[in-house]
Design a protein around this ligand. Sequence first.
Ligand code: ADP
Ligand code: MG
Ligand code: MG
Length: 472
Amino acid sequence: MSDPHTIDPELIQKLVHDALVWSSLHGLVVGDRNVERSGLVPGVGMVHAPIALLPNSFPEVQWNQACELAPIFNKLVDRVSLDGKFLQDTLSRTKKVDAFTSRLLDIHSRMLQIGKKEDIRLGLHRSDYMLDEKTNLLLQIELNTISCSFSGLGCLVSDLHRSLLSYYKKQLGLDSQKVPINASASKFAEVLAKAWTEYSNPSAVVMVVVQPGERNMYDQHWLTATLKERHNVTSIRKTLAEIDAQGKILADGTLQVDGETVAVIYFRAGYAPTDYPSESEWKARLLMEESSAIKCPSISYHLTGTKKVQQELAKPNVLESFLENKDDIAKVRECFAGLWSLDDLDAVKSAIQKPEAYVMKPQREGGGNNIYGDDVKETLLRLQKEGSEEEAAYILMQRIFPAVFPTVLVRDGICYKEHAVSELGIFSAYLRNKETVISNEQCGYLMRTKVSSSNEGGVAAGFAVLDSLYLI
Ligand code: ADP
Ligand code: MG
Ligand code: MG
């Protein structure tokens, strides 16, 4: 693709106009932070989602590679989640210094103690990658196992880009077919519906656990609307506090919330310490875990998605204890970047010398938590000096440097010419009932593009925009 900064400004204005109309008409929208009630009342204060005007080029080889990895990672998550001892041991030092992870581990221990069995296992994941420019390697940033956002809107961005490319074919000279088909919303809804079917109670509902005042609600409504329209499955939305107030477990393990029997719990909250402002939210989390409802994710799936586990899996011979297929192991290992524990003194020394080559990560989700550049050095030196155990809260990761490319971003109806980098997220779903694997598949994608001067890539956090890709 040619440099979009060289496109005639009049054409850019037309494209922006059409993109804004398309987004409004097709529900590519989020709650507007300038409107107070936009996170509370659907239909009030909507604004188009921040987007890249045109898709971003991405090599077909690495695209295929990322897609092929999806079912392997699904299986890996499932296998790792079954090894309670591995999860507890891997996070045992982190537990001492990280109160949030410690609470999650407590719930997990309790489930191990009571011998809780999850026959029906549901994962809706998103594995994120960056293409390292120097080595041309597709490297995994992280694997999200809880509350993966933008499966509802991601597919719309691809549709928008296809539509712009085909309408402006003559002027742009681009082929809309090179934007891969993206069925993220319908795929996730389909697997949620399949899980609901496995629960086999026609009057039960899917419960979406939400944050109060969620502005990214339309992303979630896309899934639940599709569930209803295509699969005739009803869903309810509840915050953790509401679940504590209105929820109970019946003698047979059934979860009831507000009088409804819950078949599937789909978490779009509960991944951050701020989601648990009081004991009430923790009680709700435990209640759900103890119930027989299908959890997406279960506490063990959640813990499997921590950065510490990612780092542990990257150690020599660890993958081998969870996967047997040699090709699969090789494919997974190939996408691992350098990952180190802070008790690796050589790695720490190297990171102090060259902090710009590393990222320091705590066990957190949702963006905005990592440490970069000189702060890596300062933090490492401070931890060394204090000799505290706080170092166990972090991992070190090789910093990946994707190619910087010119792009046009649209936010709040205003277009900006920027230089940016991209991160490719591949959605995937896994559903198993006892020994029968019902789904194990790639479920579309999300490209996030952020201004190259920004370290973090969160769209909701305001650092990035939604994008799609143009295969080259
Ligand atoms: P979170 O769970 O909070 O999303 P991530 O590991 O995805 O945590 O980090 C947040 C963002 O930081 C990523 O979206 C990416 O933009 C950037 N980032 C994370 N790891 C690296 C890395 N190794 N190299 C370069 N950028 C990174
Ligand atoms: Mg994450
Ligand atoms: Mg991330």
